[in-house]
Design a protein around this ligand. Sequence first.
Ligand code: BGC
Length: 508
Amino acid sequence: MAVVVTSNGNAPAFEAKMTVYVFVCVMIAAFGGLIFGYDIGISGGVTAMDDFLKEFFPAVWEKKKHVHENNYCKYDNQFLQLFTSSLYLAALVASFFASATCSKLGRKPTMQFASIFFLIGVGLTAGAVNLVMLIIGRILLGFGVGFGNQAVPLFLSEIAPAHLRGGLNIIFQLMVTIGILIANIVNYFTATVHPYGWRIALGGAGIPAVILLFGSLIIIETPTSLIERNKNEEGKEALRKIRGVENINDEYETIVHACDIASQVKDPYRKLLKPASRPPFIIGMLLQLFQQFTGINAIMFYAPVLFQTVGFGSDAALLSAVVTGTINVLSTFVGIYLVDKTGRRFLLLQSSVHMLICQLIIGIILAKDLGTTGTLGKPQALVVVIFVCVYVMGFAWSWGPLGWLIPSETFPLETRSAGFAVAVSCNMFFTFVIAQAFLSMLCGMRSGIFFFFSAWIIVMGLFAMFFIPETKGVAIDDMRERVWKPHWFWKRYMLAEDDHHDLEKRTD
Ligand code: BGC
């Protein structure tokens, strides 16, 4: 059934059906997310495996055997952490190259490049016989992440009908969470396979990489990307195919109009610095800072220790990973369901209050009851574990997926690829910062770290309240008119641009 969607109650949006074809394309592309999630999840497990350390970091392994840990100061080694975070640094750089291939060659080839990088990276890391091979493999995986995370969310946002865009885009995050969960389970089992369990763990990423490679041969290129590269007829055909309706003219015209404007922009990065680009640019970058400073990766990392304290013994690591990982996956469905109904703002605001309460309770209990080397009483530990789970829920339906969705849907076409590349690299940068600094911060700040993240959550909640507009249901190439121009704060930059155009016309 075709639906005419009216967003915000004013101008009618475009006619579109949810077609099986779109769904298949979305699922295939989202495998890029699964590989990203698998990479996030697998490194922690592999770097804890003695066989792996003995082979590549013998000095670290020697030291680890003699180190005495306390509750807050776990054994920490910057070189080992650098192994984990080298992937994010490579991805940070790669997203700029990916932005160029996304605009010049299309979203689809960029995904194909991603899967090739992934496959070579998996081969080198899983088959590594020395540190150089391992690190080069890690860097190539990082390139895969940079290319995949650039192309997939853009692809999803462009291919989705406006009224379902949020939900379809969040399938990317859903696959990230599934990747993390699978990696945690794989880690647990391969840790007992000696001496090459780590090779199996690292090699596992090859399966989704192959699926992405073959899948990306059959998916469609987005109409926007085709029209942007002057393939108008193909673009129109693609639009008809994905929308499943005959009447696609209005949407086609909007895309052509967006492409006309985009074609006048020679240097998208320069354009990004212009006042009119400021709203999506500032929001896109800050969302990444905020997403990482919710403390999600820190909490996920700390979960095994908490679960151990509550008395799950040696199975604590698996259990905590499976419990938090499953909650993470399931709660993402809540995001998929709600994002196009309640909108993005509701989820951001609700979860800020929700996550703040969790962080404060965890912080207070740990500050009061957990000594440096002692353990928590069982009742307190149980409360902490419950609030860790509730916290993960809140993140999974808000700042997690929206950190990817909002920057992929708010830039006008002329700066979409470049703007999103900056957002992706900011995400990688802040993930790197947290991965690199967390253990030292925990050791120095102890339970104070939870108050540190709480303060950030207050800041991001206030920012969302005043500065992040609702984009639910607005067509992706219509944001300027429908979202930025009417916004109480951001409109000043849009008006400045209009004045500038007027002035240019008058002087012509
Ligand atoms: C974030 C990751 C995080 C994951 C957790 C993603 O959106 O970018 O850093 O580990 O969500 O599910």
